[in-house]
Design a protein around this ligand. Structure first.
Ligand SMILES: NC(=O)c1ccc[n+]([C@@H]2O[C@H](COP(=O)([O-])OP(=O)(O)OC[C@H]3O[C@@H](n4cnc5c(N)ncnc54)[C@H](O)[C@@H]3O)[C@@H](O)[C@H]2O)c1
Length: 363
């Protein structure tokens, strides 16, 4: 079978931390053939480490878009560029994996979905948390009806003191927002996915700008308060059309004891589940009633049992890459559908809007 030829736009943290290592493990199926970054050394470095024999590096993403030999483009650039680069690549006939958040606005996200549909190419978004061990386990529980009808959930994207200090995360113009669009997007994606509910009715939100100068104790080191332009926490109350409700909380800096990032709490008619996190370790707490008693079960994922064929532990990003490439080669849907990510974007935009106006947003 002909290998897929992949181009990477943006060779920074997430490209090197997730996409490139994940794709490199699929070297029997893909060649990473083109690398673009506006900082040429980054493109050159990634090419030297991961590039196929005929690969090249450049600084203008249109070179990749216009390269007819490429089948797939991964968009790993700041948030505001996602829509433009994704749509240009789709229009040129490429399949696209775009990093989260899909886009800054619903209008952009819809344009991406519409373009993919019109040109008949695949589009997915980088929500790798769906591929964590605990997330996969919980998916099976939900699919088996163990939680019943999920009608209340808490989407948690809460850091205590961990403002990202690399890249442009605190730049409003380039990212569109702070922890809500950056982390809240992961927690909300997980929550909607388990609820199987993509029909929001209204959103009420509050957005805080109180901690932008409180750099003490930041896990990623101090930042420059003068260039901190985004919110430090945001909260949303989301009512779905069928009455189900979600409480979303997102922060980079908030005085809390127990951070929970990219986690959800699900309450259903048959049982409940809570994703818990300590650093990179996740636990799942399950509760239900049985035999006339209340049962609490803890599912431990510290014991790693998911190994790849070469005996190396699979990371969520490796699984994400593998199912994406398989979706293209065998023509099926990827796990993350762009229509789902579009609703996440729509809700997050509405929380920002509601925070600004002090009024609910009705869809
Ligand atoms: N899935 C996750 O958990 C996760 C984690 C971190 C970042 N991200 C997302 O990945 C994206 C990038 O974040 P990052 O942490 O890698 O940032 P980064 O700053 O480390 O990397 C981004 C790179 O894109 C380059 N770039 C900017 N504009 C470009 C353009 N027009 N053309 C080509 N290159 C361009 C920059 O020079 C930089 O090297 C963001 O959308 C972010 O939300 C996702």
């Amino acid at each position: 079978m002909k290998k897929l030829r992949i181009g990477i736009v943006g060779c920074g943290f997430i490209a090197n931390g997730k996409h490139l290592p994940g794709l490199a493990k699929l070297s029997d199926k893909v060649d990473i053939a083109a690398f673009c970054d506006i900082i040429s050394e980054r493109a050159e470095k990634a090419k030297a480490e991961y590039g196929s024999a005929d690969s090249y590096a450049c600084t203008d993403y249109m070179q990749l878009v216009n390269d007819e030999s490429l089948d797939v483009i991964h968009v790993c650039t700041p948030n505001v560029t996602h829509c433009e680069i994704t749509c240009a690549a789709l229009e040129a006939g490429k399949h696209v994996m775009c990093e989260k958040p899909m886009a800054v606005t619903y209008a952009e996200a819809k344009k991406m979905v519409d373009t993919a549909k019109r040109v008949g190419k695949k589009l997915t978004i980088g929500y790798q948390n769906r591929f964590r061990d605990d997330a996969i386990y919980l998916r099976k529980m939900v699919d088996n009806g163990r939680l019943g009808d999920i009608y209340y959930a808490q989407a948690n994207a809460m850091r205590r003191r961990c403002v990202p200090t690399w890249g442009v995360f605190t730049n409003k113009a380039l990212q569109g927002g702070g922890p809500l669009i950056d982390l809240g997007t992961h927690a909300l994606d997980l929550t909607l996915w388990y609820m199987g509910n993509y029909e929001p009715e209204s959103v009420s939100g509050t957005v805080f700008y109180k901690m932008g100068d409180k750099t003490e104790g930041n896990l990623c080191g101090p930042w420059d308060p003068a260039s901190y332009e985004v919110e430090d926490s945001a909260f949303g109350f989301i009512r779905m059309k069928n009455g189900a409700t979600i409480y979303l909380s997102a922060s980079w800096v908030l005085n809390i004891m127990e951070p929970r990032e990219a986690c959800t709490t699900l309450c259903g008619t048959e049982g409940g589940a809570e994703m818990r996190q300590k650093g990179e370790d996740y636990t799942c707490l399950i509760n239900y009633a049985d035999g006339g008693r209340l049962v609490d079960a803890t599912v431990d994922f510290t014991q790693k049992i998911a190994f790849g064929p070469d005996g190396v532990e699979e990371k969520p990003g490796d699984r994400e890459a593998a199912q994406w490439i398989d979706a293209i080669l065998n023509d099926h849907d990827p796990v993350v559908l762009p229509e789902q990510a579009m609703v996440v974007t729509q809700i997050l935009e509405a929380i920002y809007e509601s925070g600004k106006t002090g009024k609910p947003v009705y869809f």
